[in-house]
Ligand binder design. Structure first.
Ligand code: SF4
Length: 225
């Protein structure tokens, strides 16, 4: 069995350069050449090829080489609109959390102003009670005896599939609900907003603060605790 691949702990990062065989012993650039070559053939598929090419052009266009140094220029919402336009998409889908309905509305306006046809579907669509997926009274957020509609990411995906959206945008779906939406969406998915109830949907703050105010995130505990 190979050692775990641990790019996240790599101090060499030679994969950025031509000397890509100088990585650590568990470097996948050295040890996974067969998978790398196999994966590369996917980029030869016409639909994938153009998607990958435009994504890289999008990445390139997000920087300005100013005299004072390289400067980023596009917020992600701008990037989403630009990339969709590059790909020639006309009809976009938004899969949003009901808690971020105002953000979904603003995004809709931004995209409609750029000429896109926008379909949006909120997580509670269908109004199916949480009991349908085995949630108990004690597991309801509002408390026992209250009606709670389940988050319904598979329905969100299937409705956007039925509407024929060409590119779907996630707006604040919960952890796991987002996974199901991405799994069932036929159109490619990008994420504009990830839900973080504590850090204003900016989860990287948890990492930035894990050495100080949120040090508790670094605690060690067994998986089965
Ligand atoms: S691919 Fe190799 S060189 Fe690049 S980060 Fe991973 S281990 Fe390091």
């Amino acid at each position: 069995m190979d050692e775990n691949i641990e790019c996240a702990k790599c101090m060499k990062i030679v994969c950025r350069s031509k000397e890509s065989d100088q990585g650590p012993p568990n470097c996948p650039t050295k040890t996974k050449r067969d998978i790398i070559q196999q994966a590369l053939t996917e980029y030869d598929k016409p639909e994938v090829s153009e998607f990958a090419r435009q994504a890289s052009i999008q990445e390139f266009e997000c920087y300005m080489n100013l005299p004072e140094g390289m400067t980023p220029r596009n917020p992600r919402v701008e990037e989403v609109a630009q990339f969709a336009k590059k790909m020639g998409y006309k009809k976009l889908g938004i899969a949003s959390c009901i808690g971020l309905r105002h953000e979904a509305e603003t995004l809709t306006t931004i995209l409609e102003n750029r000429g896109f046809d926008v379909v949006s579907i909120c997580c509670k669509a269908g109004a199916i009670p949480k009991e349908r997926i085995g949630i108990t009274e004690e597991q309801k957020i509002a408390g026992p005896g209250k009606w709670e509609s389940m988050c319904n990411p598979i329905t969100q995906a299937e409705i956007l599939n039925n509407e024929g959206t060409e590119f779907n945008i996630v707006v604040g779906l919960c952890v796991g609900h987002d996974s199901l939406f991405i799994k069932y969406s036929q159109a490619p998915v990008t994420v504009l907003i990830v839900k973080d109830r504590v850090f204003g949907h900016n989860p990287v703050m948890g990492l930035y603060l894990s050495g100080s105010y949120y040090r508790k995130l670094m605690r060690k505990e067994p998986l089965d605790s």
